[in-house]
Design a binder for this molecule. Structure first.
Ligand SMILES: Nc1ncnc2c1ncn2[C@@H]1O[C@H](COP(=O)(O)OP(=O)(O)OP(=O)(O)O)[C@@H](O)[C@H]1O
Ligand SMILES: [Mg+2]
Length: 398
């Protein structure tokens, strides 16, 4: 009987750690066997600030996902997040001395393309394949065996701060996890929810988390941009807490139940004051002004990322939002009105097994990490040339 191809994926978010145990099915689908999320304290804006508390949450989420799946996996693909992430384009052309492209030529071209120079305090997180050209003809999928004079590889290197990555590895080791692969959270989130035809058409993906907002753009089937805004739904909650004089749990409840972007409502709400028992009246307009001010700031920061791309007519596939923060009422129509592009909420797709449990937009990253690990075949015998190249990078990274 063929060996089961299992993957463990972990996403250490600002508000929760998610873990997923999945199985690569023969039809290429990811079957979810176990999935769990544990609230976490000790993270800020996607970065680890309290090793022990974060490690505890990782241990808990992984144990729960493993026990649902009846597995005991400790080797994981792990997402890294934060404003420090950036992408650097790399390309290299090599000449084919033998006249026929061999696997070694492809490896060499890709490795050369990924040897970009990074800032001294940064290191390589992930290499994203953008395309290959043979004698100047772009879009070749597998050039091995082709007669050619030159082979060109184009990649994006995702880099991140070494200190952040070290802390993430430390947390994993404290939790008994061996991180065999690291992927950028915004890219993973996009992979969890975007269909290939959307990526081909052109699409903006925005993952609105608790402490970060990941921005990725795809065009022509490939990633064109990746950036992270260090702001998410937690800022709205803390503004409401400060502005309305209520405790954070109360502010979070107000946000989930009443807050909406871009609507003007009258009336008052009764809430418990900070001190506990006394009841306080809050004007709905005050609540909405606070939410709108923060969302305006957030929108400007996202737009600064989008302004780095040139659009003739905007993304034909529109905007896809994920992350818990994307559930804020009115956010989608606020962005549609402002940008004039269709905005929809994305949910993980193309899953089998416990797929209903995995459909929350807050799980898009962990689903994308599992899909990446499955596609790149890190823990199994590689089937394709690209998988073999990825394994080489993984071994360099570890
Ligand atoms: N229905 C809702 N309306 C508004 N906000 C919501 C809703 N549900 C969840 N949120 C917000 O979503 C945020 C958490 O989202 P998510 O789980 O994607 O974050 P995370 O992955 O932990 O953080 P990050 O990706 O920034 O590291 C919280 O700020 C929470 O208040
Ligand atoms: Mg997240």
């Amino acid at each position: 009987m063929a060996k089961r191809q299992l993957v463990l994926a972990v996403d250490v978010g600002t508000t929760k750690v998610s873990a997923l145990v999945g199985e690569a099915r023969t039809d290429g689908e990811l079957a979810v066997l176990g999935i769990a999320a544990t609230p976490v304290a000790g993270m800020r804006r996607g970065l680890v600030f309290d090793l022990e508390r974060v490690a505890m949450a990782v241990r808990d989420a992984v144990n729960r996902a493993n026990s649902m799946a009846g597995t005991d996996l400790t080797q994981a693909a792990v997402a890294v997040n934060g404003e420090h992430l950036s992408i650097v384009p790399g390309q290299a052309r090599i000449s084919i001395k033998t006249g026929t492209i061999r696997e070694d030529d492809v490896r060499l071209a890709m490795l050369k393309a990924s040897s970009v120079s990074l800032d001294g305090d940064h290191e390589m997180v992930q290499v994203i394949h953008r395309g290959m050209s043979v004698d100047g003809f772009r879009g070749v999928v597998d050039p091995v065996g082709m007669v050619a004079k030159t082979l060109e590889s184009e990649v994006y290197v995702v880099s991140g701060l070494t200190s952040v990555l070290r802390n993430l590895r430390r947390v994993m080791s404290m939790a008994g996890i061996n991180p065999v692969q690291v992927v950028a959270a915004p890219r993973a989130s996009a992979d969890g929810v975007l269909a290939d035809d959307e990526k081909q058409l052109g699409v903006v993906h925005i993952d609105v988390g608790g402490g970060t907002t990941g921005v990725t753009v795809y065009r022509g089937g490939h990633l064109q941009y990746l950036g992270v805004v260090p702001l998410g739904g937690e800022s709205v909650t803390s503004d409401l807490s400060l502005g309305l004089g209520v405790v954070a749990t109360q502010a979070e409840r107000l946000k989930l139940e009443y807050a909406a972007v871009g609507v003007a409502r009258d009336g008052t709400l009764e809430v418990r004051a900070v001190s506990g028992q006394s009841v306080k009246l809050i004007a709905v307009k005050d609540l909405e002004d606070i939410v709108t001010a923060r969302i305006d700031e957030w929108t400007h920061l996202v737009e600064q990322h989008l302004a780095r791309l040139e659009w003739a007519k905007g993304p034909a596939g529109g905007v896809v939002m994920t992350g818990g923060g994307a559930l804020l009422k009115g956010l989608g129509s606020h962005l549609e009105n402002r940008w004039g592009w269709p905005v929809r909420l994305g949910a993980p797709y193309g899953l089998g097994g416990l797929s209903d449990l995995s459909k929350s937009p807050g799980y898009s990253v962990v689903v994308g990490v599992a899909k990446t690990a499955m596609r790149e075949g890190v823990k199994r015998e590689p089937d394709t040339l690209w998988q073999r190249v990825v394994q080489l990078w993984v071994s360099l990274w570890n």
